[in-house]
Design a protein around this ligand. Structure first.
Ligand SMILES: [Ca+2]
Ligand SMILES: [Ca+2]
Ligand SMILES: [Ca+2]
Ligand SMILES: [Ca+2]
Length: 398
């Protein structure tokens, strides 16, 4: 669909030294990369806290609204949002959906950055790599300073994503009356209407099932237009916190991903499972952009690894997504596992730098998610510094 980014083309070389988080391998994303690493034309809208766009592993993945002239104070494309070149902050109603300025709520800075890294952290011999490192991210900030996701803001963001050409909407959030996120008696209907309109516009919609160990997914994951995602562990057991009854499951316990200020850390939650599914859909869409959201959803369901009771069940739904198998069905070809230099040690993500372990708590309203953060200094040999400087110089000239 519409949208471009300032991605650099990444050659298909499978001996990159990026650390491969276990979830990327578990869903078979790395085996798809010789076919596609994702197209910058495929846009994933991430409704979250915003993200740290200066992170070396995230800085080149932003969606660009090409119809909007930056910084002229005019809504050039007439979409109702002034100077919205890289998405929108619905909390503050401005064009800066990047959370780093909010020093008063540092724990929230992590969430959107972590989720985004799982979708699209770059294959650049630095840090980690996401499911679909070639796709574009449209950051839409809906989580407020109180760590809440007001339904009216979420509805606006879904509508924005739809109108502005997102292919996939990824929501690692829930909307709960208990937390005051339902504004009034009719406001949640705005979310339902926005979801229906997004679906009708061929947008794939993915949301976290929630972390309350409930029998059914929370709102908005429980909407019929939404692919709800439960969380499993690295040994394919349903996470103790995961809500049941999700459509599919994905890795969501101790997931290693990007954290602001050049950091990496592990976090747990259905919030972390969700971007694996969003990234998988983005890879498949990149291979064949004519696939509809219904076709993508069916493909995802029909190529899962069955877990738990045989067939569809109340804990794992259709099962663990398998993007390798989905791509094999799409392409009609068998995918040979690539040889990666980090294959053997890629589960040891939290031990990459024991010298600077910090523990923070991410508490978006779906969850109580604990993150272990490690600084990235040992990911940064001299040649990486040189490459980064070259990239920065290059983009500063634009
Ligand atoms: Ca605009
Ligand atoms: Ca403008
Ligand atoms: Ca990387
Ligand atoms: Ca099953």
């Amino acid at each position: 669909m519409a949208g471009n980014s300032n991605h650099e083309e990444v050659p298909v070389v499978m001996d990159h030294t990026d650390n491969l988080p276990y979830g990327i391998r578990m869903i078979g994303a790395d085996k798809v990369w010789p076919v596609t690493q994702g197209s910058p034309e495929v846009v994933v809208a991430v409704l979250d806290t915003g993200l740290n766009t200066t992170h070396t592993d995230l800085q080149n993945i932003l969606w660009i609204n090409e119809d909007e002239i930056p910084d002229n104070g005019i809504d050039d494309d007439g979409n109702g949002y002034i100077d919205d070149v890289h998405g929108w902050d619905f909390v503050h109603q401005n064009n800066d959906p990047f959370s780093l300025l909010d020093v008063t709520w540092p724990s929230l800075q992590n969430h959107g950055t972590h989720v985004t890294g799982t979708i699209a952290a770059q294959l650049n011999d630095y840090g980690i790599v996401g499911v679909a490192p070639g796709v574009s991210i449209m950051p839409l900030r809906v989580v407020n300073e109180n760590d809440r996701n007001p339904d009216i803001l979420v509805a606006e963001a879904i509508e924005y994503a739809t109108v502005n050409g997102a292919d996939i909407i990824s929501m690692s959030i829930s909307i709960s009356a208990e937390y005051g996120e339902i504004t009034n008696a009719t406001s949640y209907q705005l979310v339902e209407t926005a979801l229906a309109q997004a679906y009708a516009a061929d947008v794939s919609i993915v949301a976290a099932a929630g972390n309350d160990n409930d029998a059914t997914p929370s709102q908005p994951a429980n909407d019929p237009h939404v692919i709800s995602v439960g969380a499993i562990t690295s040994t394919k057991v349903l996470a103790s916190f995961s809500n049941h009854g999700a459509e599919v499951v994905a890795p969501g316990v101790s997931v290693n991903s990007t954290i602001p200020f050049e950091n990496y850390g592990t976090s747990s939650g259905t919030s972390m499972a969700t971007p694996h599914v969003s990234g998988a859909l983005a890879l498949l869409k990149s291979y064949n952009e004519s696939l509809t959201n219904t076709e993508l959803r069916n493909l995802l369901q029909n190529t899962t690894e069955d877990l738990g009771d045989a067939g569809f069940d109340g804990d794992f739904g259709y099962g663990l997504i398998n993007v390798t198998k989905a791509m094999e069905v799409l392409s009609g070809e068998s995918l040979v596992p690539p040889i990666t230099s980090t294959e053997e040690n890629s589960d040891s993500t939290t031990t990459t730098d024991s010298s600077a372990i910090i523990t923070t708590t991410i508490s978006t309203s779906t969850t109580s998610e604990t993150t272990t953060t490690s600084s990235n200094t040992n990911f940064l040999p001299l040649y990486s510094v040189i490459i980064i400087l070259i990239i920065r110089v290059k983009y500063s000239k634009k």
